[in-house]
Design a binder for this molecule. Structure first.
Ligand code: CAA
Length: 248
């Protein structure tokens, strides 16, 4: 077993498609997994789903868009379970609109949930990681940070900001055994992607060389690798998982 796999891992946005796959894969790999979400009922449902697979998942309720709420959540995890060794900043939302129709609220909502959350969560766990000389942070970005997408100025800006954050923090904490990486999924078969109008989605899928949407498990597997001992020399990187949809 990988020596990192007994560590405590916090997955934000755990009740979304990729979040669920992450929780399952990391429980299976033996990590002590804590799934964050805002809604206690959704958290309990995920916990029950994993319990049926004989996996013990802890749920941490908190709003990742709120710095104080994240602080309370992290303190409560530390008291009841232990320090967070691994953070996966996965929580994300969309509010797709042409820029000329985008309101300030549409902008703020996405920037706060998708980008400010990465600051909030990382800031509350980083000192402990540095002290313990071990940490892994994986930030979930998007293909649309890399290539842009009609209707996603807010989302593309937030997700591109994530990778700038990754590179700078990776530089600052490398000498303490903490790695910080970005994973950029392309179009994966999640509710978020299925919410795109069918005609638009079909045109997008037609642009994917592999010829299909990605599977949530394919993202979880790549994240698992970045958490393992085998990836200790990988930091500040941006791993694309997009079926060849965008290459650079
Ligand atoms: N490229 C170029 N032009 C486009 C376009 C595109 N992709 N999409 C719409 N248009 C054009 C239309 O042809 C139309 O032009 P005319 O006015 O000249 O006829 C015009 O824009 C329509 O404008 P509307 O303001 O009426 O826009 P809409 O309401 O029809 O659609 C939108 C706007 C909802 C943002 C739509 O473009 C859309 O769904 N885009 C896809 C967004 C997307 O891919 N989201 C990904 C969500 S999943 C995710 O984000 C996960 C991840 O990380 C990958």
């Amino acid at each position: 077993m990988d020596s990192n796999s007994r560590k405590v891992v916090l997955v934000t946005g755990s009740t979304g498609g990729i979040g669920i796959a992450l929780c399952k894969a990391l429980c299976e790999a033996g990590y002590r997994v804590v799934g964050n979400c805002r809604c206690p009922e959704k958290g309990a449902a995920l916990q029950n789903e994993l319990a049926e697979m004989s996996h013990e998942l802890d749920i941490a309720i908190g709003d990742v868009g709120d710095y104080e709420s994240v602080g309370r959540m992290i303190r409560s995890i530390e008291e009841s379970i232990g320090p967070v060794d691994i953070l996966i900043n996965n929580a994300g939302v969309t509010k797709d609109k042409k820029f000329t129709k985008m309101s300030k609220d549409d902008w703020d909502y996405v920037i706060n949930t998708d980008l400010n959350s990465v600051f909030h969560c990382s800031r509350h766990v980083i000192d402990g990681m540095i002290e313990r000389k071990f940490g892994r942070i994986v930030n979930i970005s998007s293909i649309n940070a890399q290539k842009g997408q009609f209707g996603q100025t807010n989302y593309s800006a937030a997700k591109a900001g994530i990778h700038g954050f990754t590179k700078s923090l990776a530089l600052e904490v490398a000498k303490y055994g903490v790695t910080v990486n970005t994973v950029s999924p392309g179009y994966i078969g999640t509710n978020m992607v299925m919410a795109v109008a069918e005609d638009i989605r079909e045109k997008i899928v037609a642009q994917i060389p592999v010829g299909r949407l990605g599977y949530i498990e394919e993202v979880a597997d790549a994240v698992s690798y970045l958490l393992s001992d085998k990836a200790s020399f990988i930091t500040g990187s941006n791993l694309s998982i997009n079926g060849g949809h965008h290459m650079y």
